[in-house]
Design a protein around this ligand. Structure first.
Ligand code: MF3
Ligand code: CO
Length: 260
């Protein structure tokens, strides 16, 4: 069942998502060679709590931390550790926060120092695919329009769409219906209407789409060892334009011209 949100609910979700956006901004300041992913996690948890919110991920299905920090060929859900980020790495930081009963969810893939042109192109394409998918999230369009546009754009550049993980409805629960696939057929699936709020999150591999789950039960890796990228926004379906509740403005203010 899909839980439609009132205009007031959407405003509360904007608050949750602003906290997530600001947390990612704090992460942007800290991502550098020499920093561990566990340090990023501590910083995120402290910042979220300083805003009076609660990290959505912590304790979710037993997840041990407040963010996911997936490096290079780690696709999603990598647990922060004493791994030291090094020049040339990319790290996707997925973050959720709950306040006033509603969750926010967003993810950004950061470069650590200078990163190869190939990898930068993967990141750029994935972020563009997110924005393209979001542009379809309005009344009268269908869920399949989002996935189809993301798939067509990324596969057109020679990349592949990971199918095992999807975006999702979001609200009082972090994961609600519907599933938001990053592939599919245009003009098919759920008809969008005002009040639907979804997290759109393309997960795109440089090489083949195959992935496997590590023995820790969380970390997903590419089968071919090539890098993967992930960007996510929480979006409310508007009448004539999508209403993006999360934001990369804090991140990109910090990254400046280094933002992809
Ligand atoms: N934002 C992630 C997603 O939508 C949720 C991660 S849940 C966690 O898939 F438990 F792994 F943190
Ligand atoms: Co999500």
């Amino acid at each position: 069942m899909i839980y439609l949100k009132t205009a007031e609910d959407v405003e509360l979700m904007r608050i949750s998502n602003r906290i997530v956006a600001m947390t990612l901004g704090e992460i942007a300041k800290a991502v550098k060679p020499g920093v561990t992913t566990l340090q990023l996690d501590a910083l995120a948890e402290d910042f979220i709590r300083s805003q009076g919110a609660v990290p959505s991920f912590l304790g979710y299905a037993g997840y041990p931390n407040s963010i996911c920090t997936s490096v290079n060929d780690q696709v999603v859900h990598a647990i922060p550790s004493d791994y030291v980020l090094k020049e040339g790495d990319v790290v996707s930081v997925d973050c959720g926060a709950q306040i006033n009963g509603f969750h926010g969810d967003s993810c950004y893939t950061f470069c650590v120092g200078e990163v190869s042109e190939d990898v930068k192109k993967l990141l750029r394409t994935t972020k563009e695919a997110l924005l393209l998918g979001i542009s379809k999230a309005k009344s009268g369009n269908r869920l399949g329009d989002v996935g189809h546009s993301i798939q067509e754009y990324c596969e057109g550049k020679g990349y592949s769409v990971v199918r095992e993980m999807t975006g999702h409805g979001i609200g009082r629960m972090m994961h609600e219906e519907p599933l938001v696939q990053n592939y599919g057929r245009a003009r098919r699936g759920l008809l969008f209407r005002e009040g639907i709020v979804i997290a759109i999150e393309p997960i795109i591999n440089m090489g083949k789409r195959g992935v496997y789950l590590e023995k820790d039960g969380w970390t997903v890796r590419t089968a071919d060892g090539l890098p993967s990228a992930h960007y996510e926004h929480t979006v409310a379906i508007g009448t004539d334009s999508p209403d993006i509740l999360s934001s990369f403005e804090y991140v990109e203010q910090i990254l400046g011209t280094n933002a992809l």
